[in-house]
Design a protein around this ligand. Sequence first.
Ligand code: ADP
Length: 532
Amino acid sequence: MKKFSFKIITTLWITLLITAVCTLSVSVLMIMSREAAEDKLCQTIVNVVESNADETEYSNQIFEVENDFIFYTGEIYCDLFSKNGEYIAGETPQSLIEAPVAATDSVVKTEFGGKSYYIYTSLLSYNKLEYEIDVLSGKIISYEADVAPSRSLEAAVYSETYFKNGISTSQAIDIALKHAGLTKEAATIISVSLPAYRDRQVFKIELTADKTSYNDIYIRGICPADAATQAFDAVGKSAFYIFPLFILLAAAGAYIISKRTVKPIEQITKSAQEITQGSDLSKRLEANSTSVEIAELSETFNEMLSRLQASFESERRFTSDASHELRTPLAVIKAECEYALSASADGDDKTQALESIEEQTDKMAALVSSLLAITRAEQGTKRFNLEKGNLSEITQEACNSFKTSKNITLTSDIQQGIEINMNSTLILQLIGNLISNAEKYGKENGSITVTLSEENGNARLTVRDDGIGISQEDLPKIWNRFYRADASRGETEGFGLGLALVKMICDIHSAECFAESEKDKYSLFTVIFKKI
Ligand code: ADP
């Protein structure tokens, strides 16, 4: 599969995400706002038409439009037409006069002259009549016809009033009905009052009827449909230009952020490559990143390098020490062979040479078996199966096989029945190594004490001798492979592998081992096993 740089992937992702989110939110916002603006425009058209309707009336038979009538407001034209569709009044451009005139229940969208318009048309019926009749002469002073409010009107309760030498309330109503050409049954009288009218007193009568003699009038509100959307079209257009800029900005931002994030990783890769190419394990990565994760990565990487370096170093030392140890007996064998084969060697010399060769071969065999034991133990660190076993019995067995040529006494104090998870062969080797060292570095007629006890839930094994002891300087080094304290070289046999093996066996058993000693006085080796 083709691999892409983290920077490219992050930049692409963030850019795409921002583009998608922006497009979606702007679209949703525009659609919602557009709908809201259209709804608001339609409502405004209805309001303009309805409030204008109240500004028209018939006064003394003449149709009048009052001053408060609004013919044009916010792109809405409001016009009046007769019932036959003839234009009565308005400020509409000529082209719009021809637009359809027919009553609509609500605002409708209509195509006209290649453009869209919102239209709301209402048919006004002037069926609310108002009469003022002189109370003395019974003459009609004035009369008007208005658009009745749509709500149903209750008939007014009025009391009968009589005027001396004048007319009564009922007579006034009859006069008004007669003038309006209505019967009592066809009309609803909604109020009769007696306001003073200049210098005379009048009956003011308001009545409504389903049908009156006044002509109905159309009132029409018309507005271009794009009035509501003009603002949004402008926003849409600017978005068209701003969007690419915005996306570019997002892409640049994403690239810069991802570049900054990746920079320390690139540095780590570079350093790692340098280390690999130069095979120099002593080099370390700079751990001065501002990011916690990267600093942790560098630290872990450096730790790994330190361990690798230590491990390589120890391997190198081990190989060189092992070959050095093998070279010495080999050189002796070679020299002895050359001497035995030379003309000057007689029978005794040859026997001596063969004995020396045998001795060196035994040494080499011992070394090879120690190396083998170490290698096995090392491999086993990962895969040894530990089983429940009796440590007390194994310790006793190791003590029983104690041999000495120095008249050393071994005393043991072993608590019985201590069990741990172990590999009994390795444990026997561990105790054997410690006892054999105690004997090897012990003094003539000296003593060795082996103890095993349970302590704080752990098993504690100690091997103590009163031999040559170990200097404080040597103490930490005795666990290293091939390490031998100066005092031990030459005087005693050995390769410096015994304690290294003890340490490895302890690791396999998750046990701790340490040594205490005082030069020329004593050495005490302690191993603490975890009990089951
Ligand atoms: P080796 O005994 O073959 O030299 P070891 O790994 O067993 O190797 O021991 C390493 C070194 O530790 C010895 O060479 C010796 O100097 C020192 N050492 C170990 N055990 C004792 C002891 N009981 N008393 C004094 N020195 C000891």
